[in-house]
Design a protein around this ligand. Structure first.
Ligand code: SAH
Ligand code: SF4
Length: 347
Protein backbone atom coordinates (compact mmCIF):
# COMPACT_ATOMS: atom_id res chain seq x y z
CA UNK A 1 0.00 0.00 0.00
CA UNK A 2 1.22 3.52 -0.80
CA UNK A 3 2.58 5.52 2.11
CA UNK A 4 0.47 8.44 3.33
CA UNK A 5 1.77 11.96 3.81
CA UNK A 6 1.21 12.16 7.53
CA UNK A 7 1.64 15.91 8.04
CA UNK A 8 -1.24 16.57 5.64
CA UNK A 9 -3.59 14.58 7.88
CA UNK A 10 -5.89 16.11 10.49
CA UNK A 11 -5.71 14.84 14.07
CA UNK A 12 -9.07 13.11 13.59
CA UNK A 13 -7.77 11.26 10.52
CA UNK A 14 -4.68 10.08 12.38
CA UNK A 15 -6.89 9.01 15.26
CA UNK A 16 -9.11 7.01 12.92
CA UNK A 17 -6.08 5.26 11.37
CA UNK A 18 -4.63 4.46 14.79
CA UNK A 19 -7.91 3.05 16.05
CA UNK A 20 -8.05 0.74 13.03
CA UNK A 21 -4.56 -0.45 13.89
CA UNK A 22 -5.47 -0.96 17.54
CA UNK A 23 -3.24 1.87 18.76
CA UNK A 24 -4.33 3.99 21.75
CA UNK A 25 -5.93 7.39 21.12
CA UNK A 26 -3.35 9.38 23.07
CA UNK A 27 -0.69 8.23 20.60
CA UNK A 28 -2.51 10.04 17.82
CA UNK A 29 -2.46 13.25 19.80
CA UNK A 30 1.26 12.89 20.58
CA UNK A 31 2.16 12.16 16.98
CA UNK A 32 0.07 15.08 15.73
CA UNK A 33 1.87 17.39 18.14
CA UNK A 34 5.28 16.14 17.00
CA UNK A 35 4.36 16.72 13.36
CA UNK A 36 3.31 20.28 14.12
CA UNK A 37 6.48 20.98 16.06
CA UNK A 38 8.17 20.35 12.74
CA UNK A 39 9.98 17.01 13.17
CA UNK A 40 11.66 15.67 10.05
CA UNK A 41 11.50 11.98 10.88
CA UNK A 42 9.65 9.53 13.06
CA UNK A 43 12.94 8.89 14.90
CA UNK A 44 12.58 12.34 16.47
CA UNK A 45 9.32 11.29 18.18
CA UNK A 46 11.17 10.30 21.33
CA UNK A 47 8.14 9.42 23.43
CA UNK A 48 7.13 6.71 20.95
CA UNK A 49 8.55 3.20 21.28
CA UNK A 50 11.07 2.00 18.72
CA UNK A 51 8.46 -0.42 17.48
CA UNK A 52 5.83 2.31 16.99
CA UNK A 53 8.34 4.53 15.21
CA UNK A 54 9.19 1.67 12.87
CA UNK A 55 5.52 1.01 12.20
CA UNK A 56 4.86 4.66 11.42
CA UNK A 57 7.81 4.85 9.03
CA UNK A 58 6.40 1.88 7.12
CA UNK A 59 2.95 3.38 6.62
CA UNK A 60 3.59 7.11 6.48
CA UNK A 61 6.06 9.76 5.41
CA UNK A 62 6.68 13.37 6.49
CA UNK A 63 7.09 16.13 3.89
CA UNK A 64 9.79 18.67 4.69
CA UNK A 65 11.06 21.89 3.13
CA UNK A 66 14.85 22.07 2.82
CA UNK A 67 16.62 25.40 2.48
CA UNK A 68 18.21 25.56 -0.97
CA UNK A 69 19.10 29.24 -0.80
CA UNK A 70 18.62 32.05 1.71
CA UNK A 71 18.94 35.80 1.18
CA UNK A 72 18.93 38.30 4.04
CA UNK A 73 18.09 41.94 3.39
CA UNK A 74 20.68 44.55 4.35
CA UNK A 75 17.90 47.08 4.98
CA UNK A 76 15.65 45.21 7.37
CA UNK A 77 15.46 41.68 8.72
CA UNK A 78 13.52 40.30 5.77
CA UNK A 79 14.67 36.82 4.78
CA UNK A 80 13.87 35.22 1.47
CA UNK A 81 14.03 31.43 1.30
CA UNK A 82 14.18 29.13 -1.66
CA UNK A 83 12.86 25.80 -0.37
CA UNK A 84 13.28 22.42 -2.01
CA UNK A 85 10.87 19.50 -1.64
CA UNK A 86 11.51 15.76 -1.87
CA UNK A 87 10.98 15.62 -5.65
CA UNK A 88 13.40 18.49 -6.27
CA UNK A 89 10.74 21.13 -6.96
CA UNK A 90 11.38 24.53 -5.40
CA UNK A 91 9.30 27.43 -4.10
CA UNK A 92 9.96 30.76 -2.42
CA UNK A 93 8.85 32.07 0.97
CA UNK A 94 9.59 35.41 2.58
CA UNK A 95 9.87 36.03 6.33
CA UNK A 96 9.17 39.62 7.36
CA UNK A 97 9.47 41.35 10.71
CA UNK A 98 6.83 43.89 11.64
CA UNK A 99 6.27 45.69 14.93
CA UNK A 100 3.53 43.24 15.84
CA UNK A 101 5.56 40.12 15.07
CA UNK A 102 6.74 37.90 12.26
CA UNK A 103 4.79 37.32 9.07
CA UNK A 104 5.59 34.67 6.48
CA UNK A 105 4.56 34.83 2.87
CA UNK A 106 4.23 31.27 1.58
CA UNK A 107 3.74 29.62 -1.80
CA UNK A 108 0.78 27.38 -2.63
CA UNK A 109 1.88 25.95 -6.00
CA UNK A 110 5.11 25.31 -7.87
CA UNK A 111 4.60 27.91 -10.57
CA UNK A 112 1.18 29.16 -11.61
CA UNK A 113 -1.26 28.57 -14.48
CA UNK A 114 -2.71 32.07 -14.47
CA UNK A 115 -0.10 33.73 -16.67
CA UNK A 116 -0.28 37.35 -15.44
CA UNK A 117 2.05 39.29 -17.71
CA UNK A 118 3.79 41.27 -14.92
CA UNK A 119 4.52 38.26 -12.71
CA UNK A 120 7.74 36.25 -12.69
CA UNK A 121 5.93 33.16 -11.42
CA UNK A 122 3.26 33.45 -14.07
CA UNK A 123 5.87 33.73 -16.79
CA UNK A 124 7.58 30.56 -15.59
CA UNK A 125 4.57 28.28 -16.13
CA UNK A 126 3.06 25.66 -13.86
CA UNK A 127 4.61 22.55 -12.43
CA UNK A 128 2.39 21.16 -9.66
CA UNK A 129 0.23 21.88 -6.64
CA UNK A 130 1.72 21.90 -3.17
CA UNK A 131 0.27 19.57 -0.57
CA UNK A 132 -1.05 20.97 2.72
CA UNK A 133 2.04 19.56 4.44
CA UNK A 134 4.36 21.34 2.01
CA UNK A 135 2.67 24.66 2.83
CA UNK A 136 3.00 23.93 6.53
CA UNK A 137 6.63 22.88 6.09
CA UNK A 138 7.51 26.35 4.76
CA UNK A 139 6.23 27.94 7.97
CA UNK A 140 7.97 25.39 10.17
CA UNK A 141 11.29 25.54 8.31
CA UNK A 142 11.43 29.35 8.44
CA UNK A 143 10.51 29.32 12.11
CA UNK A 144 13.22 26.81 12.91
CA UNK A 145 15.87 28.50 10.82
CA UNK A 146 15.21 32.02 12.10
CA UNK A 147 14.51 30.91 15.67
CA UNK A 148 11.34 32.99 15.88
CA UNK A 149 7.64 32.42 16.38
CA UNK A 150 5.60 33.34 13.33
CA UNK A 151 2.26 34.96 14.16
CA UNK A 152 0.89 35.87 10.72
CA UNK A 153 0.69 34.09 7.38
CA UNK A 154 -0.01 35.49 3.94
CA UNK A 155 -0.73 33.19 1.02
CA UNK A 156 0.88 35.51 -1.48
CA UNK A 157 3.91 33.62 -2.66
CA UNK A 158 4.11 31.57 -5.83
CA UNK A 159 0.87 30.14 -7.17
CA UNK A 160 -2.85 30.86 -7.10
CA UNK A 161 -4.28 29.59 -3.78
CA UNK A 162 -7.84 29.25 -5.13
CA UNK A 163 -6.52 27.07 -7.98
CA UNK A 164 -5.32 24.61 -5.30
CA UNK A 165 -8.41 25.07 -3.23
CA UNK A 166 -8.86 21.79 -1.35
CA UNK A 167 -5.21 21.65 -0.28
CA UNK A 168 -5.25 25.29 0.81
CA UNK A 169 -8.39 24.75 2.91
CA UNK A 170 -6.81 21.77 4.58
CA UNK A 171 -3.63 23.74 5.23
CA UNK A 172 -5.73 26.47 6.88
CA UNK A 173 -7.39 23.88 9.09
CA UNK A 174 -4.05 22.37 10.11
CA UNK A 175 -2.17 25.60 10.76
CA UNK A 176 -4.99 27.08 12.82
CA UNK A 177 -5.62 23.94 14.87
CA UNK A 178 -5.15 24.25 18.59
CA UNK A 179 -2.58 21.49 18.82
CA UNK A 180 -0.94 22.67 15.62
CA UNK A 181 0.73 26.07 15.19
CA UNK A 182 -2.54 27.60 16.39
CA UNK A 183 -2.34 30.61 14.10
CA UNK A 184 -5.86 32.04 14.02
CA UNK A 185 -7.71 32.80 10.80
CA UNK A 186 -7.67 36.49 11.66
CA UNK A 187 -3.90 36.32 11.30
CA UNK A 188 -4.04 34.79 7.84
CA UNK A 189 -4.51 36.51 4.46
CA UNK A 190 -5.21 34.80 1.18
CA UNK A 191 -4.47 36.58 -2.08
CA UNK A 192 -6.27 35.66 -5.30
CA UNK A 193 -6.18 36.87 -8.88
CA UNK A 194 -9.98 36.48 -8.91
CA UNK A 195 -11.15 32.88 -9.16
CA UNK A 196 -14.76 33.92 -8.71
CA UNK A 197 -16.51 30.58 -8.09
CA UNK A 198 -14.09 29.81 -5.26
CA UNK A 199 -14.56 33.28 -3.72
CA UNK A 200 -18.27 32.45 -3.30
CA UNK A 201 -17.42 29.08 -1.84
CA UNK A 202 -14.89 30.58 0.56
CA UNK A 203 -17.40 33.24 1.65
CA UNK A 204 -19.95 30.56 2.52
CA UNK A 205 -17.45 28.87 4.79
CA UNK A 206 -17.36 32.05 6.86
CA UNK A 207 -13.72 31.72 7.80
CA UNK A 208 -12.39 34.88 9.38
CA UNK A 209 -9.40 35.18 7.09
CA UNK A 210 -8.58 38.30 5.13
CA UNK A 211 -9.21 38.11 1.42
CA UNK A 212 -6.82 40.05 -0.80
CA UNK A 213 -7.92 40.51 -4.37
CA UNK A 214 -5.35 41.32 -7.05
CA UNK A 215 -7.36 43.76 -9.09
CA UNK A 216 -4.66 45.80 -10.85
CA UNK A 217 -7.07 47.50 -13.28
CA UNK A 218 -10.46 49.23 -13.16
CA UNK A 219 -11.94 47.72 -16.34
CA UNK A 220 -11.89 44.64 -18.55
CA UNK A 221 -10.03 46.32 -21.35
CA UNK A 222 -6.91 46.92 -19.24
CA UNK A 223 -7.28 43.93 -16.93
CA UNK A 224 -7.59 41.41 -19.77
CA UNK A 225 -4.31 42.68 -21.22
CA UNK A 226 -2.32 41.81 -18.10
CA UNK A 227 -4.41 39.11 -16.39
CA UNK A 228 -5.74 36.28 -18.60
CA UNK A 229 -8.07 35.13 -15.79
CA UNK A 230 -10.12 38.23 -16.59
CA UNK A 231 -11.35 36.58 -19.80
CA UNK A 232 -13.18 34.05 -17.66
CA UNK A 233 -14.44 36.39 -14.93
CA UNK A 234 -14.56 40.09 -15.74
CA UNK A 235 -14.10 43.00 -13.34
CA UNK A 236 -17.82 43.46 -12.60
CA UNK A 237 -18.34 39.78 -11.88
CA UNK A 238 -15.29 39.79 -9.63
CA UNK A 239 -16.42 42.85 -7.71
CA UNK A 240 -19.86 41.31 -7.25
CA UNK A 241 -18.23 38.26 -5.66
CA UNK A 242 -16.12 40.55 -3.45
CA UNK A 243 -19.21 42.38 -2.22
CA UNK A 244 -20.82 39.03 -1.43
CA UNK A 245 -17.70 37.98 0.47
CA UNK A 246 -17.68 41.04 2.71
CA UNK A 247 -21.46 40.93 3.24
CA UNK A 248 -21.35 37.32 4.37
CA UNK A 249 -18.15 37.49 6.43
CA UNK A 250 -18.27 41.16 7.52
CA UNK A 251 -14.59 41.28 6.62
CA UNK A 252 -12.91 44.13 4.81
CA UNK A 253 -11.45 43.14 1.44
CA UNK A 254 -8.00 44.25 0.57
CA UNK A 255 -7.60 45.17 -3.10
CA UNK A 256 -4.10 44.97 -4.54
CA UNK A 257 -3.29 47.36 -7.32
CA UNK A 258 0.21 47.13 -8.82
CA UNK A 259 0.81 50.45 -10.53
CA UNK A 260 2.41 50.12 -13.94
CA UNK A 261 3.53 53.28 -15.65
CA UNK A 262 1.37 54.10 -18.68
CA UNK A 263 -0.79 51.01 -18.26
CA UNK A 264 -3.10 51.48 -15.26
CA UNK A 265 -1.89 54.61 -13.45
CA UNK A 266 -3.85 57.46 -15.09
CA UNK A 267 -6.30 59.77 -13.33
CA UNK A 268 -9.05 58.22 -15.46
CA UNK A 269 -8.17 54.78 -14.08
CA UNK A 270 -8.28 56.11 -10.52
CA UNK A 271 -11.67 57.74 -11.12
CA UNK A 272 -13.12 54.58 -12.63
CA UNK A 273 -11.74 52.48 -9.79
CA UNK A 274 -13.13 54.94 -7.26
CA UNK A 275 -16.55 54.78 -8.85
CA UNK A 276 -16.61 50.98 -8.92
CA UNK A 277 -15.35 50.43 -5.39
CA UNK A 278 -17.30 53.24 -3.73
CA UNK A 279 -19.26 51.98 -0.75
CA UNK A 280 -17.48 48.60 -0.50
CA UNK A 281 -15.92 47.46 2.75
CA UNK A 282 -12.37 47.60 1.46
CA UNK A 283 -8.86 48.94 1.59
CA UNK A 284 -6.71 49.50 -1.47
CA UNK A 285 -3.01 48.64 -1.45
CA UNK A 286 -1.10 50.37 -4.18
CA UNK A 287 2.09 48.52 -5.04
CA UNK A 288 4.82 50.01 -7.19
CA UNK A 289 5.20 47.18 -9.72
CA UNK A 290 8.39 45.20 -9.34
CA UNK A 291 10.36 45.11 -12.52
CA UNK A 292 10.52 41.63 -13.97
CA UNK A 293 13.01 41.01 -16.75
CA UNK A 294 11.44 40.75 -20.16
CA UNK A 295 8.11 42.39 -19.28
CA UNK A 296 9.06 45.98 -20.16
CA UNK A 297 6.90 47.27 -17.30
CA UNK A 298 8.03 50.11 -15.09
CA UNK A 299 6.69 51.29 -11.80
CA UNK A 300 4.42 54.35 -11.73
CA UNK A 301 6.06 57.48 -10.33
CA UNK A 302 5.57 58.63 -6.74
CA UNK A 303 3.56 61.58 -8.10
CA UNK A 304 1.18 59.21 -9.88
CA UNK A 305 0.83 57.13 -6.73
CA UNK A 306 -0.08 60.22 -4.69
CA UNK A 307 -2.54 61.47 -7.32
CA UNK A 308 -4.18 58.05 -7.36
CA UNK A 309 -4.60 58.05 -3.59
CA UNK A 310 -6.16 61.53 -3.63
CA UNK A 311 -8.76 60.51 -6.21
CA UNK A 312 -9.64 57.31 -4.36
CA UNK A 313 -9.97 59.23 -1.10
CA UNK A 314 -12.34 61.67 -2.78
CA UNK A 315 -14.53 58.63 -3.43
CA UNK A 316 -14.56 57.81 0.27
CA UNK A 317 -12.05 54.95 -0.10
CA UNK A 318 -8.84 54.31 1.83
CA UNK A 319 -5.66 53.59 -0.06
CA UNK A 320 -2.01 53.33 0.93
CA UNK A 321 1.19 52.57 -0.89
CA UNK A 322 2.43 49.28 0.41
CA UNK A 323 5.66 49.44 2.33
CA UNK A 324 8.21 47.31 0.55
CA UNK A 325 10.35 45.18 2.80
CA UNK A 326 13.61 43.64 1.72
CA UNK A 327 13.66 45.60 -1.50
CA UNK A 328 17.30 44.65 -2.11
CA UNK A 329 16.54 40.92 -2.10
CA UNK A 330 12.96 41.08 -3.23
CA UNK A 331 12.78 41.31 -6.98
CA UNK A 332 9.21 40.00 -6.57
CA UNK A 333 8.23 36.47 -5.79
CA UNK A 334 9.17 33.96 -8.43
CA UNK A 335 12.37 35.61 -9.44
CA UNK A 336 14.70 33.78 -7.10
CA UNK A 337 13.48 30.42 -8.36
CA UNK A 338 13.74 31.60 -11.93
CA UNK A 339 17.32 32.72 -11.41
CA UNK A 340 18.19 29.41 -9.77
CA UNK A 341 16.72 27.51 -12.75
CA UNK A 342 18.68 29.68 -15.13
CA UNK A 343 21.90 28.95 -13.22
CA UNK A 344 21.23 25.24 -13.33
CA UNK A 345 20.11 25.03 -16.92
CA UNK A 346 22.55 27.69 -18.15
CA UNK A 347 19.74 29.68 -19.80
N1 SAH B 1 -1.80 34.29 -7.21
C1 SAH B 1 -2.21 35.14 -6.17
C2 SAH B 1 -1.21 35.22 -5.04
C3 SAH B 1 0.23 35.26 -5.39
S1 SAH B 1 0.80 36.70 -6.22
C4 SAH B 1 -2.54 36.52 -6.70
O1 SAH B 1 -2.24 36.79 -7.86
O2 SAH B 1 -3.12 37.30 -5.96
C5 SAH B 1 0.90 37.87 -4.91
C6 SAH B 1 0.72 39.31 -5.31
O3 SAH B 1 1.87 39.78 -6.03
C7 SAH B 1 -0.46 39.54 -6.22
O4 SAH B 1 -1.19 40.67 -5.80
C8 SAH B 1 0.20 39.77 -7.55
O5 SAH B 1 -0.62 40.46 -8.44
C9 SAH B 1 1.45 40.53 -7.13
N2 SAH B 1 2.51 40.61 -8.13
C10 SAH B 1 2.93 39.68 -9.00
N3 SAH B 1 3.95 40.14 -9.74
C11 SAH B 1 4.19 41.40 -9.33
C12 SAH B 1 5.10 42.42 -9.72
N4 SAH B 1 5.99 42.23 -10.70
N5 SAH B 1 5.05 43.60 -9.06
C13 SAH B 1 4.16 43.82 -8.07
N6 SAH B 1 3.28 42.90 -7.66
C14 SAH B 1 3.27 41.71 -8.29
FE1 SF4 C 1 -0.25 33.51 -10.66
FE2 SF4 C 1 -0.67 35.48 -8.89
FE3 SF4 C 1 1.47 35.52 -10.53
FE4 SF4 C 1 -0.96 35.92 -11.53
S1 SF4 C 1 0.12 37.21 -10.04
S2 SF4 C 1 0.63 34.59 -12.42
S3 SF4 C 1 -2.18 34.55 -10.30
S4 SF4 C 1 1.06 34.04 -8.92
Amino acid sequence: MAQKEMNSMTEEEILRDFKEQGMPAFRARQVYQWLHRGVHSFEQMTDQSKQTRGLLAEKYYISVATIEKKLISNYDNTIKYLFRFADGEMVESVLMQYRHGYTICISTQVGCKMGCTFCATGQGGFSRNLTPAEMLAQVQAAQQDAGVRISNIVLMGMGEPLDNYENVLRFLELVSSERGLNIGMRHISLSTCGVVDKIYDLADRKLQLTLSVSLHAPNDQIRSQTMPVNHKWGVDELLKACRYYSEVTHRRISFEYAMISGVNDSDACARELGRKLRGTLSHINLIPVNQVTGTGYHSASVERQQAFIRILEKNGLTATVRRTLGSDINASCGQLRRRQQEEVTGL
